[in-house]
Design a protein around this ligand. Structure first.
Ligand code: SF4
Length: 199
């Protein structure tokens, strides 16, 4: 589209105005319809052909968030609520989590179900270090968040966040299975927005 003046020199304001008007009218005459979307055929043909368009990031994040494998980390009473969450009534296998791993190398999630003592802390850190990347931690219960009722004890770690990076906190003493499931869903939501491939 030629929008520059056709004449080399324009001296008077009237000439300038007239020429500008001619250019605008020409552009207006050629712009009666919107410019068609070049990719329109994709959105029309892809569903007919059974093609799903998405990004690699979305596929990886979807797969990762729906296949979290938790490592065993049950040092105290919150463990029973975790066990209840895993059993048939609440059934975390609905979220792709039915496999609780005894080996940290086969796990990418640590759910800290119980009070942590300083004596046990190095082992928890070692387990975390041996987990597969990317890895996540859910601090379950008041003890997991801050040491809970044992916070002032000389032997209790005042929260797992002193030892490992925590992604989601689930309060309660102990938290009910519904609360833990909510925390798991929050973590899945976080993972589904990770965009690891782009990074
Ligand atoms: S938060 Fe309550 S239930 Fe959980 S480990 Fe601590 S004392 Fe036990």
């Amino acid at each position: 589209m030629d929008l520059v003046p056709t004449r080399r020199f324009v001296y008077s304001d009237a000439d300038l105005d007239q020429h500008e008007g001619e250019v605008i009218e020409a552009l207006k005459a050629r712009s009666q319809q919107p410019i068609p979307d070049q990719d329109q055929w994709l959105s029309e043909k892809a569903p007919e052909a059974g093609i799903l368009l998405t990004s690699v990031d979305k596929v990886i994040d979807w797969a990762r968030s729906n296949a979290l494998w938790s490592v065993v980390c049950f040092p105290a009473c919150c463990a029973f609520e975790f066990i209840s969450t895993a059993a048939s009534r609440f059934d975390i296998s609905r979220f792709g989590m039915e496999i609780i791993r005894a080996s940290p190398r086969q796990a990418d999630l640590m759910i800290t179900a119980g009070t942590l003592t300083w004596k046990m802390a190095p082992n928890v850190r070692r387990i975390y270090d041996q987990m597969a990347e990317p890895k996540y931690v859910i601090a379950m219960g008041a003890c997991g968040i801050s040491g809970g009722i044992f916070q002032s004890s000389y032997g209790v770690v005042p929260g797992y966040s002193r030892i490992v990076p925590v992604d989601v906190y689930v309060p309660g003493c102990p938290p009910r299975p519904e609360a833990l499931l909510y925390g798991i869903r929050m973590l899945q939501d976080k993972i589904s927005k990770a965009k690891v491939f782009r990074k």
